[in-house]
Structure formats: structure tokens, C-alpha cells
Design a protein around this ligand. Structure first.
Ligand code: NAD
Length: 350
């Protein structure tokens, strides 16, 4: 089972395996890069089929956090952790505290937060043994409305660049997934005068946006082929793939979902098709920006100012992409790497 040789190892600074016999804790903390600051990234509690899957997941997620924090202009590095097991069966306050002690042993190099399978209550238990934790119940709360705000601003930037207008009035926008982020995004878009087309597997969530924002529902498959100005994926990853690219009838793809491109090459495929893509980790950074500012003097105004920058960062990415005829996804990666990679000794000497 390779770790150093794993596809996503990519020069991780630390990968720490933690174990606690008394509580059954098995965890991995991956710290990709701390050149900009301590590595902030959530703790995922997941019943992985095998340990290799857990390693692959934590390395991939941790690397992604480095890119996301750098482009968001945060003084933070990238890291992530996974706790292996069925949360419903094994999660206890003691286990979370044991996990907190592994975090504490890293002396602040890694800061945790909520992710899939962990809650604000879990963060409170971790907080009992380490201060290197964000997202506790006394903190800034649900990040989804702020992720939605950043996504809304990102859509506006894409519309400005590609459709040459500041107005969303009358634009047709499809939103896949109207859960936590999707619901608030629909609210912003509806208030801005957009016409909404939505899909979800959750009947209650669909009804809510139909009633409150006059959204029109379509089936799970039909969402890809809708004739729209913007397709906003807010549910699943990898919805930009070989099958969907042929179906898209949109000018722009801009949504909150993580890992929207099934493979890197799909960024080029979108460019070839003339579809403007807002790179996922740039447009969906609102929640991270919020968590990053969760200090004792938390100020929502400061957080919103930072989230405003998503608009200008995306405009810059779109302009660079146009100038160099390169996919926006690649431009975003280069921009992040410029920000978190130090020059090598040879480069510095030149
Ligand atoms: P959520 O679970 O609250 O909402 C997802 C919605 O998608 C649910 O309503 C679910 O029923 C629906 N869904 C599931 N399968 C679907 C399908 N096949 N077709 C259509 N709808 C489907 O999650 P969320 O917090 O709103 O996050 C949405 C996306 O944004 C996720 O990819 C998440 O990783 C990403 N994201 C969220 C945040 C945040 O602050 N919550 C931050 C960054 C990125």
C-alpha cells in the first residue's frame, strides 16, 4: 500500500496515522503544505471499504485545501483528516477527544473543522483537549449561506465576463441540488431576477424552492441538457464528464460542488466547447473564508468583504484564460501554485 508513491502524495509535509485502543480511534491527518500558514481542513468520518481508500481520500482532499486557501488569499495551508469507521456505531465523545489529542500533538500545524460525518458537537469535544479547532457551536455557525454568497458572486463574475452584462434579470439558471448551499443560492438568484430550473432527489427540498422562488423542476437526467445561461452544480462531484459535456446547452458552469471536473482534461473540453467554467475551489471558498476568520473577534462584515474577492479573483482567472487560451481550471492551479510554492534554491539564486 504506497503512501509516498500514491498518486496524490504530491510532496505532503506530514501524514500522521493516529490510533487509540480504548476508544477504537483510527485516523489519518494529512498536511500537504504549510508555507502560507497552518493547514486548515475538516475531519471526515467515513466507513471506508479499506485503508487504501482512506489514504487516497485524505491525500486528495488535503492537497485541494492548499489550492483553495491560497487562491482565497488566506494565510493558511492545506490539510485534512479522516476518521475511519461507521460514525453511527463507533463515534463517542471519548473517541473525538482522543482524536483531538492527536491534533494537539501536532502543535498547531493542523487545524480541524467539520466535514462529512462530523458535527459542531464533535468540534466541541475536540476543543476540550486542543484549541486547534474551528466550527464549534459557539463559533460562526453554518457556513452554507456564505458559500452560497460566494457562488452567487462567482456566477455574476462569469456572466459579466462571458455574457457582458451585470444583470441576471431574465437569465435562465439551472441549479443541481437545492440543499444547504443550493437553497440559499436560489434565493440570491431569484432576488436578482433569474429564472430557476432545479433538480434534486429530495422532494421536500424541491417543493420549497418551487414555492418560494417559482423554480421549475426537471428530472435528475434532464438537468444537464437544459437550455440555460448558467448551470450551477450544487450536489455531486464529477458532473462534468464525457457523457454530460455532449449534453450541455449552457454558456457557463458555475456552482458550489467540489471536484466538478471528472478528470483534469474536461477543463480543456469545456474551453473547446466555448463553455466558461468557474473553477470549483475558487467559487466555493466562502465557507472556508468564514471558518478561517472564526476567532474571538469574529466579524461577519470582514468575512463578507473577503468573500467579495471571489468576484475579482474569478474575473482575473477568466481574463488570463482568454489571453492564453488555456482552461480556467489550469489557470487557477497555476495561480494557487504561484502563491504557495516557494522558489527553489536555484531559482532564488537567479
Ligand atoms: P447538501 O447535502 O445540503 O445538499 C446537496 C443536495 O443535493 C441535497 O438536497 C441532495 O438531496 C441533493 N442531491 C443528491 N444527489 C443528487 C442528484 N443526483 N441530483 C440532484 N440533487 C442531488 O450539501 P451542501 O452543503 O449544500 O453542499 C453542496 C455541494 O457544495 C457539495 O458538493 C459540497 O461538497 C459543496 N460545498 C459545500 C460547502 C458548504 O459550505 N456547505 C462549501 C464548499 C463546497
Amino acid at each position: 500500500m504506497p503512501v509516498f508513491g500514491a498518486a496524490d502524495f504530491d510532496h505532503h509535509e506530514n501524514v500522521v496515522f493516529g490510533c487509540d485502543e480504548a476508544t477504537g480511534l483510527k485516523c489519518i491527518i494529512a498536511i500537504h503544505n504549510t508555507k502560507r500558514g497552518p493547514a486548515l481542513g475538516g475531519s471526515r468520518f467515513w466507513n471506508y471499504e479499506n485503508e487504501q481508500d482512506a489514504i487516497t481520500d485524505v491525500l486528495r482532499l488535503s492537497k485541494g485545501m492548499t489550492y483553495k486557501a491560497a487562491v482565497a488569499g488566506l494565510d493558511l495551508g492545506g490539510g485534512k483528516s479522516v476518521i475511519i469507521g461507521d460514525a453511527k456505531k463507533i463515534k463517542t465523545p471519548d473517541l473525538m477527544r482522543a482524536f483531538g489529542r492527536v491534533i494537539e500533538s501536532l502543535n498547531g500545524k493542523y487545524i480541524t473543522a467539520e466535514d462529512v460525518g462530523t458535527t459542531v458537537e464533535d468540534m466541541d469535544h475536540i476543543r476540550e483537549v486542543t484549541r486547534h479547532v474551528r466550527g464549534k457551536s459557539t463559533g460562526s455557525g453554518n457556513p452554507s449561506p456564505l458559500t452560497a454568497l460566494g457562488t452567487f458572486l462567482g456566477i455574476k463574475a462569469a456572466v459579466k465576463h462571458h455574457l457582458k452584462t451585470d444583470e441576471l434579470t431574465g437569465l435562465r439558471i439551472s441549479v443541481q441540488g437545492v440543499g444547504n448551499v443550493g437553497y440559499y443560492l436560489c434565493q440570491y438568484l431569484h432576488e436578482a431576477g433569474a429564472k430557476l430550473i432545479v433538480s434534486d432527489i429530495n422532494e421536500k427540498a424541491l417543493k420549497r424552492v418551487e414555492e418560494e422562488f417559482s423554480a421549475q423542476r426537471v428530472s435528475l437526467e434532464e438537468i444537464y441538457s437544459q437550455e440555460v445561461d448558467v448551470y450551477a452544480p450544487c450536489a455531486l462531484g464529477a458532473t462534468v464528464n464525457d457523457q454530460t459535456i455532449d449534453q450541455f446547452n449552457t454558456s457557463i458552469i458555475a456552482g458550489s460542488a467540489n471536484n466538478q471536473l471528472a478528470e483534469d482534461r474536461h477543463g480543456q473540453a469545456l474551453l473547446d466547447k466555448g463553455i466558461l467554467y468557474a473553477p470549483d475551489y475558487v467559487i466555493n471558498a466562502g465557507g472556508l473564508i468564514n471558518v478561517a476568520h472564526e476567532t474571538d473577534d469574529y466579524d461577519l462584515g470582514v468575512v463578507k468583504d473577503k468573500i467579495d474577492n471571489i468576484y475579482t479573483t474569478l474575473l482575473e482567472i477568466f481574463q488570463r484564460s482568454q489571453k492564453r487560451n488555456l482552461p480556467t481550471s489550469l489557470i487557477a492551479d497555476h495561480m494557487a501554485e504561484e502563491l504557495f510554492k516557494e522558489p527553489t534554491t536555484a531559482e532564488a539564486a537567479q
